[in-house]
Ligand binder design. Sequence first.
Ligand SMILES: Cc1ncc(COP(=O)(O)O)c(C=O)c1O
Length: 420
Amino acid sequence: MISSEATLRLTRAHESTAANTFRVVPDPPIFVRGDGPWLFTVDGTRYLDLVCGSATTSLGHAHPAHMAALQEALATGILHTGTRLPSPFRATLYERLQAILPPGLTRVQLVNSGSEAVEAAIKGAQFATGRSRLVAFDGGYHGRTLGALSLTSGQHIRAPFHLLEASVDILPYPGPGMSADQALVAARTLMAERAASGDLPALVLVEAVQALSGLVSPGAAFLRGLSDLCREHDIPLALDEIWNGIGRTGCWFGFDHAGIVPDIVILGKALSGGLPLSAVAAGERFLGQWPAGMHTSTFQGNPLACAMAVATLDTITNDSLLGHVENVIAPMMAAALQPLVGRNGVTGVRCAGAQAAIEFRDPAGQPDPTRAVAVQCALLDHHILAYGGGRAGECLMLVPPINLGAEVLSEALSALKSLV
Ligand SMILES: Cc1ncc(COP(=O)(O)O)c(C=O)c1O
């Protein structure tokens, strides 16, 4: 492995400036080893990882089940067989997903990134319905490929590009200044108009909690109302569970808390513990009618990534990690962080399972990304990695491993409290 100095030099010289590598600090630590919730630099300095590789390494680093699964897959000597041959690892993943998905979502399309899964969901819905229009929600994040970006909020990341804007309606999402009832009225009005003009959408895409917008939760009543509305008009409802899914909220899926059953579920990130894999799950109508080859991608269903995903799902089940999130991590985070509201610019604390967003505003009440980044940097100085979020970058986000022990979590929360 090359030195840390060479790593920084080569990255600075050659990495696309679109990457996020130097966004928070000019000299980020270079990690050469991971173990559980810990990351280590070359001199052995230990950092607590409360970012989890953008919510991918939810079981921490080098989890024994992941390592064993990778070794089993590697021992076959087969790194990929392409998309035209079945794979035991892929087939096992299909079986495991069936055990956790709502009934009826019997088909799975594997792809490589969250954005690509969103694209596949769009195409699947357009193909099945013969319709073209799409609906998403203000504040939502669905990725950066052109179709997914067309459904993602944020003028600064959308403006330079040519998106599918003419085909997309962005509806209000409940949150500050927008009640669930108001948001539902807006959704009903739009669907009534589209029904009258014979131009109903092919897809409504929504997050059960808008994670990157700073953990904005629309509430169960909104999601139930939206689900009913979609059923009424026969519009496919897709839940983007790329961030919230696979245990992050204390259920397998964020939508479980609302008791709804979507037509399409989109998964990514934590599914495969850090290897690139994402999935769209849906019924026969959406993923059982496409002719062969209608949506392929060279690396889809890579056996190593599938083996990791199977190990992830098995570990969450065997170690009762949904219960650990619900009964240990979530209450500890809420109890420690809620009292920060009102202190030194903290205007809100939002928690959703094993994740928290701490919102900072300046004395004029404006979002204060500078303060959020300052606390993130102070935590880094204390060897704790935290994430940024919020629509204007005004939130500090904690995304711990979902198997993090109470003692380590408690120490990290105390350190954070002393820095805010
Ligand atoms: C909810 C949600 N959807 C989609 C995506 C896009 O996933 P990817 O970055 O893997 O393309 C993300 C990424 O953060 C996400 O949080």
